[in-house]
Design a protein around this ligand. Structure first.
Ligand code: HEC
Length: 83
């Protein structure tokens, strides 16, 4: 997906192997049964937030390739949660 490239998601993540960050599959499994997860993750992708997986928080959009609209953030979150 274009957004994934634009925001360099795969610089730190892969779909199925933990690398510099948890894999998207791990993330999807972790949030599978949590109904509020998509809203929380959308905020987190746009604004950043504290680390949930280790000591390293994810960098904000400005450091990843540019601003991220709410719609685009939602698209990315839906994609991640579908892995
Ligand atoms: C510079 C490295 C880096 C890039 C680029 C990056 N991430 Fe992350 N991401 C991380 C790290 C590190 C974590 C673990 C942070 C934590 O402990 O909450 C993380 C966590 C996440 C989480 C889980 C957040 C949580 O609160 O559980 C999601 C979802 C996610 N990334 C999606 C993305 C998407 C989508 C992109 C592209 C828009 C992206 N990441 C780009 C490093 C990165």
């Amino acid at each position: 997906m274009e957004l994934i490239d634009q925001q360099h998601c795969m610089f730190c993540h892969t779909v199925d192997a933990p690398f510099l960050a948890p894999s998207f599959r791990q993330i999807a499994e972790h949030y599978r049964d949590k109904p509020d997860a998509a809203d929380m993750l959308e905020q987190k992708l746009r604004l950043g937030g504290k680390a949930h997986w280790g000591d390293t928080p994810m960098p904000p959009p400005a450091e990843r390739g540019g601003p991220l609209s709410p719609q685009d953030a939602r698209t990315l979150v839906d994609w991640v949660l579908a892995q």
